[in-house]
Design a protein around this ligand. Structure first.
Ligand SMILES: [Zn+2]
Length: 439
């Protein structure tokens, strides 16, 4: 305990620190000064004076959730086309829409996503899309934290690939030192199949020269993955290694079809994985063997993917899917224990994104804190906090959200942002956008 003052003290019935399974305070407090946590402990040992106390009786305070892979502006396509094969969905909806996107679409789509995520306890998101400077603008407005990259797709057009890589690099360099301190940037080649070997080599070179790492999709769709294997005559991860793209600190999304030796190679190179169970199952991409990835030494975070393939950005709701999927794939109830899955959505997610000082409730860490109301019937009786978070909680149970020390959601309500306006504007943008691509 330290003498002195805190700006805010959150007092909760339970404080889950995510330092280790046993480090829980019931009841406990989290003291915040500026944008940092100064102290966490048992309420009986609180000696700090606070300017403001937030009383969270019946609630669990925990680290803000980290969504390790998404495409925030894709909220505009939520539910627009369902139940078609992945390639049809990409060719007939996603890619035509993306050719017609405007900056305004990206701004309002992303702001809607950020509102949705913040209210559901997601304080940090790893985003991969176009016109990303508009996502930065939305983030300035919402108060969220983001790891951001501008997408690079080549397809059959190498000129497009090179132009988009220049754009991705310019974005990453311009916003890496954002004054809010809440932005980190990556280079964003879309995937091993949508960018050719030469462009991937250029992306690697651009990233290494500028001290950046990479956020990309990898081994999501079996057909695309096999096509790259056949073209290269080797496993796709080996090709990525040859072109220099396995840069430590990078994060790959999905990995559904990668082999054990590829997982081991990514782990040795310091590339982390975002597992996106709901999206993988919804687009019938396959079932990722996360237990194997972890056995090979990979750091694994959890992502929702975009709202067009989930259809929500509610990471808490997805925890239970992540856990039961792992048990079913392995045929082993011991796979995916609750603490481990909560860690993937918090401390391991922060580790996957190389965000130091994030993901735990500990003195000196960034003050991204959320509370979940566990007093409700669907949590009772409360035998185990981690089980409650994984199997009973959804984003609708979130009551308070702090990002960078700022109180952004108070008792379930977003403060400082007109939620009704965001919804109206996003609906309008979605309507205009779909009008352009539908015959
Ligand atoms: Zn994705």
């Amino acid at each position: 305990m330290s003498e002195g003052k805190a700006d805010v003290v959150i007092k909760a019935s339970h404080v889950v620190t995510m330092k280790s399974p046993g480090e829980v305070y019931s009841p406990g407090y989290v003291a915040i000064r500026g944008n940092r946590i100064v102290e966490v402990g048992s309420t009986g040992r609180l000696h700090l004076k606070a300017k403001e106390t937030v009383s969270c009786r019946g609630q669990v305070a925990m680290p803000g959730l980290v969504n390790a892979h998404t495409h925030s502006p894709m909220t505009l396509l939520r539910g627009a086309v369902e139940d078609v094969p992945l390639r049809v969905w990409l060719n007939d909806l996603v890619w035509p829409v993306e050719r017609n996107l405007t900056e305004e679409d990206v701004y309002w789509g992303s702001l809607l996503a950020q509102v949705e995520m913040l209210k559901a306890g997601v304080t940090c998101f790893n985003d991969h899309y176009f016109y990303m400077h508009k996502v930065v603008e939305a983030l300035e407005r919402s108060g969220a934290r983001g790891a951001l990259c501008q997408a690079v797709i080549e397809g059959e057009d190498s000129g497009r690939g090179r132009r988009e890589l220049e754009g991705s690099l310019a974005f990453a360099k311009k916003f890496r030192e954002h004054p809010s301190g809440r932005v980190k940037t990556y280079i964003g080649p879309h995937s091993e199949y949508s960018c050719g070997r030469e462009l991937l080599a250029r992306a690697a070179e651009a990233a290494r020269t500028n001290g950046l790492s990479v956020h990309m999709h990898f081994a999501e769709d079996r057909g695309y993955y096999e096509r790259v294997s056949a073209r290269e005559g080797k496993e796709p991860a080996l090709m990525l290694d040859e072109v220099g793209l396995l840069i430590g600190g990078s994060v790959f999304a999905h990995g559904v079809h990668m082999s054990q030796s590829e997982a081991s190679l990514l782990a040795r190179r310091g590339v982390a994985l975002s597992h996106n169970p709901v999206s993988n199952m919804k687009v019938a991409a396959g079932l990722a063997d996360v237990t194997m990835f972890k056995e090979q030494g990979m750091v694994v975070g959890l992502g929702t993917d975009g709202a067009a393939s989930n259809n929500a950005l509610d990471l808490l709701r997805d925890l239970r899917v992540a856990a039961i999927l792992r048990k079913s794939t392995r045929g082993d109830t011991r796979a995916g224990p609750a603490y481990e899955v909560v860690a993937e959505a918090t401390v391991d997610g922060a580790k996957a994104l190389c965000l130091k000082g994030l993901g735990k409730l500990e003195g000196g860490y960034l003050a991204d804190v959320v509370t979940v109301d566990v007093s409700q019937p669907h949590f009772q009786p409360l035998h185990d906090l981690y089980s409650a978070i994984v199997y009973s909680a959804t984003g609708r149970d979130v009551r308070h959200v702090f990002v960078d020390g700022k109180h952004i959601v108070e008792d379930g309500r977003l403060v400082g942002l007109d939620e009704g306006l965001v919804i109206r504007m996003a609906r309008r943008r979605a309507h205009l956008l779909l009008e352009k691509v539908r015959p």
